[in-house]
Write a protein that binds this ligand. Sequence first.
Ligand SMILES: [Zn+2]
Length: 941
Amino acid sequence: MKTKKLLAALLLMMAVFSVSIQAQQMPPIPVDEAVRIGKLDNGLTYYIRHNDYPEHRVNFYIAQRVGAMQEDDNQQGLAHFLEHMAFNGSEHFPGLGILDFTRSLGLNFGGDLNAGTSFTRTVYNVSNVPSTRQSALDSCLLILKDWSHGLLLEDKDIDEERGVIHQEWRQTTDAKERMDTRQLKNIFPGSKYGERMIIGKMEIVDNFPYQVLRDYYHKWYRPDNQALVIVGDVDVDYIEGKIKEMFKDIPAPAADAAKVEDYPVPDNEQPIFVVDKDKEQSTDMILAMYKHDHTPREAKGGIDYLIMDYAGDIASEMMTQRFQELAQDPDCPFVDAGCINSTFLWTNTKDAFTMIAMPKEGQAEATMQLLETECRRAVEHGFTETEYARAQENYMSSLESEYNERNKISNHHYATQYYNNFLENEPIPSVEQKYQIMSMLLPNLPVEVINGYFEEVVDPSGRNLVVTCYSTEKDGAVYPSQESLKAAFDKALAAPVEAYVDNVKQEPLMAQLPKAGKIVKETENTTFGYKELELSNGVRVILKKTDFKEDEIFMQAVQRGGESLYSEKDWANLKLYDGVMSMCGLGEFSRNELNKALAGKQVDVSASIETYNDLVSGESTIKDLETMFQLTYLTFTDVRKDEKAYGQLKNMMEAQLKSKDQVPEATMSDSLTYVLSNRDWRGKPFNVENLQEVDLDRVMQIAKERTANAAGYTFYFIGSFDDATIRPLIEQYIASLPAKKGAKSNWVNVETHPQGDNVIRFERQMETPKTTIQSIWYDDKTPYSLEHGLRAQILGKVLDKVYTQLIREDAGAAYSLMTMGNATLEGDRPFALLLAYCPIKPEFTEQTIEILDNQLIAAGKTIDATTLNEVKNELIKDHESSLKENGYWMRQLINYVERGIDNVTGYEQIVKAQTPETVAAYARHLKEAGSKVEVIMTPKQ
Ligand SMILES: [Zn+2]
């Protein structure tokens, strides 16, 4: 910290804390006392915390301080390979024992049981373990122990996994990854970061000798590089005792054991420009990164670290706001841009102030010039008092929400903080402590502190600047070069810049309040625990008060009708409806003015349209509830056309749609939707030329039609509202909405699906060749019931396991597949489906098509009882969690009130009642009575 302004502020701050010490010694950040931290003699660290949210669930983690950066040249990709092997046989869980055991607890692989490898860390987890069985918790500790020290790494298992990793590379390598791989050396000159990618090299993955992987494991997976994190509904003393007993015999590292090194990223005196292009890059993208020093681990303990973090967040927020404002200018060279102050890409030794921009076609240079100009403007003239006041209000308001929810923090949230503490020494104060420190500090941190910090980390001369510019490769495109970007940068550097002027509207959202109406009738529903109100203007209101969260209120207003009431000539207008609604002004405020006026408020209201429904959705905290009501009132009565904001939306859509067809997955999903809609206009792919058909005035007119009669809507409120507070607000803002009592709109059934078997097969050019198969079996005749829906879900989950076993594990032909089943209503019509999504090795196309069909037929004959039980446990466990979520209840209340569907009562009994016979019968029914759409996309040779 060199800047005088920043230092002055820190000294001032220390006076607040009445600490008289040298400037170098900041008051320390306290450590949350509720977490038990300890270390065994062999060097293993542990964090244990009791947490009741959610009840009866525990998460287990082991974090390794090593990743791809620790690989030798002949081990490239093996840190990640090893992560896969952790699920393929260990001392106490041979074979697929870990998967089998966790499935028996109702956990699912990929979600509850998972792992992730990065450049500098590898973290494994078993999450949402039911805490009711002590023996299950002990077994999870045993899994952590095996991960720490007991992997078998057998020849046969290694060989089987090569194909899976190869397929993961095929499935996950996208345009960005290809360009990063090509450009690594240029982005990180003189650093080991220039020589590593996590997925590694396929020639190594396919061929490495077994011992090379074992070497990595034994060299780096040691107790001194590991931390266990256990958070949840546990007895902390018991778990600590168990850890001491179970992990003490893992040997300590030898005195001469290799040390985990940090790999530095050198500074660069001259700006670095990196350009590349790829046929599947969906939009042009520029990252301009001003590198700055990373705070070393040992310097993160003082309050100055919190202040720097705050200053970085606030500066990037203010800069993002400026970019958002610029993007609304029709002449702005970029479609959208934003900022973040964080680590430099994926390193842990350098930080960067990063600007991300999506340039308009052919305007990469102009975008570069503008980014640099804005950086200089902020450094030379600083941010303004009014911008800062808004950013500070936003910060304080989210800090307050965090504080209000302090007793409802998830196990995963805590765990992430704890392993970040172990890996990077990130501070772990409690929410209360952080709230106290920051609310004391904030009034003493004037905008000069932020300006001082920004000046310190961003040197607009171009020192330490790294720019990557990735373009879409296509016919007729002109690409920027290193020279042209450098010339644009130099141009920005040479021109004078003026200070930013902040235009703010200092008016209330609503100058005059409407004449309030009344609640005229009230009834109670005991099945779903809600109150139903009828208002004087005919609007129906459903109130369900919950304590799932301390400070969360959801609103949903629903009316039947939606797109089903419009014809093909409004197709493009309907496609852009949601976007236009999110960018329009309200009352006297343009969208930009509205965004500024809502600073410091945790509130959001938006209107949207679905095939069969019109929606106005809202979300708010207790404190901002009235603002949510005002925004809702204005959405119904005073939506304002905002040409500027619409221009920005159009630019954004244009950039996305122009390159949509570059991405094979987009082509795939377009053709599936179209075929499934029976080639109806509603299912047509929306392309860039269709943008010209949108008529803004017509969209505004549709919006007026959809909100003209509030009495057609039912308003749902769920969450932690206070009954005495919300009722007057309902009378003031909802009972006063214009309405025609008794006149309700209704939907028209419009969706149809092709009957019989429909197989579409096509070839396309790809950068990384792979086949993708999507199969949907469906039944649009059998009436909807919860039992049918659950059978479809169970069948989906059972087949997911079968397909994964045959296609991924046995054949090594896929990395991840997805199969799911569900039943719902489209308008008044039932629609039950089973969907399988398989990206696979091209040479495995025909076998996969056969497996998909044959296994559905096989499921119609018999269902494996063990698998069925695992799936039933999983559904019941997930349902228990859902019952404590406001979002879940919102969906279920709407189903119940709008369509009379009760998806809650009897759920568990119905799941439990399912047998191999009932599910097999459902599979037969779907296969025989249903129809099928299958889309197969193969690479062009
Ligand atoms: Zn992987």
